[in-house]
Ligand binder design. Structure first.
Ligand SMILES: [Zn+2]
Ligand SMILES: [Zn+2]
Length: 234
C-alpha cells in the first residue's frame, strides 16, 4: 500500500513521459498511444549490411568489418526528438524503452547468433567526465538486462576526440576516425562474437572503425545495433 501511494506521489510530481514525443503517459508506460502506431520503424525486407529497408539501401559491395547492422528505427520524427531528449536529459525511462526496442531487433534479426558479450561505442575519458556518463553505456546496460548477455566495459577505448561525423563531408569521414579507437584487453576479444551498441548511426563508419579494431585483435564476428539509423540519402 505504502509503495503504491509513493508511486502515485512520484508520478504526480514527476509524471512519466513518452520516450519519443515527451507527452505525459500513464504510470508504467514508456510510449504514448500515438507514437506506438506512428514511429518510423525499419520493417519489411532489410539489408543486413546497412540495416535499412532494401528500398533505402545503397551499400552495394562496400566491404565492412562487421557481420551485420540493425536498428529498430529511422532517425526521424519523434524518434529523433526522443533520442535528443535522452542525450541531453538522460531519462532513465528512455534508456529502458530504447533498450527494449533494440533487444527485440537483435532477437529477430540476429536470431541464430550466439553472443559472448555486449560492448558500447566509447567516449574519450574527457568527454565522459564532462558529460558524467556515456549514453551508449546506459543503453548497453538495458540491452544486457533484456537479452541476458553480459555487458563488458573498458574493452574498447576512444583515444582522442574527433569532429562529429555529421559535420564533415563523407570523403573525410573515413580518415576522421582512423586510429581513434583502441582495444584495451585483446585477450578478452580473441575468438569472440560481440554485439556492439551505439545510439545513432549515420554512415556506419563509427561501427565499422570499432569493428575493424575488434577484428584486428581476433574477434570472431561483430554485430552492431543502434536505436536509430539516418534514412540514407541516395
Ligand atoms: Zn509519444
Ligand atoms: Zn544496405
Amino acid at each position: 500500500m505504502m509503495i503504491k501511494i509513493f508511486d502515485a506521489f512520484l508520478n504526480a510530481v514527476f509524471p512519466r513521459r513518452c520516450s519519443y514525443c515527451g507527452k505525459t503517459v500513464k504510470p508504467g508506460m514508456s510510449c504514448c498511444d500515438d507514437c506506438a502506431v506512428s514511429l518510423p520503424r525499419i520493417e519489411g525486407e532489410i539489408c543486413r549490411k546497412c540495416g535499412r529497408e532494401k528500398k533505402c539501401c545503397s551499400c552495394r559491395n562496400a566491404e565492412k568489418y562487421y557481420d551485420g547492422l540493425a536498428a529498430p528505427f529511422y532517425f526521424t520524427g519523434n524518434v529523433r526528438k526522443g533520442i535528443h531528449a535522452y542525450k541531453f536529459r538522460r531519462w532513465r525511462t528512455s534508456a529502458e524503452a530504447f533498450g527494449g526496442e533494440m533487444a527485440k531487433t537483435v532477437r529477430s534479426r540476429f536470431e541464430s547468433v550466439d553472443f559472448d558479450f555486449i560492448i558500447s561505442v566509447p567516449l574519450t575519458d574527457k568527454s565522459r567526465r564532462e558529460r558524467g556518463y556515456n549514453q551508449c553505456e546506459l543503453l548497453a546496460d538495458e540491452l544486457s538486462r533484456h537479452l541476458g548477455i553480459e555487458h563488458k566495459k573498458d574493452i574498447l577505448v576512444k583515444i582522442y576526440e574527433t569532429r562529429k561525423q555529421h559535420t564533415i563531408s563523407s570523403v573525410f569521414r573515413k580518415g576522421n576516425l582512423s586510429g581513434v579507437f583502441e582495444v584495451n584487453n585483446p585477450a578478452e576479444v580473441e575468438g569472440k562474437t560481440i554485439l556492439l551498441v551505439d545510439d545513432i548511426s549515420t554512415t556506419g563508419e563509427t561501427f565499422n572503425e570499432c569493428s575493424k579494431m575488434l577484428w584486428l585483435y581476433g574477434a570472431e564476428s561483430v554485430y552492431c545495433v543502434s536505436v536509430a539509423l539516418t534514412p540514407k540519402k541516395k
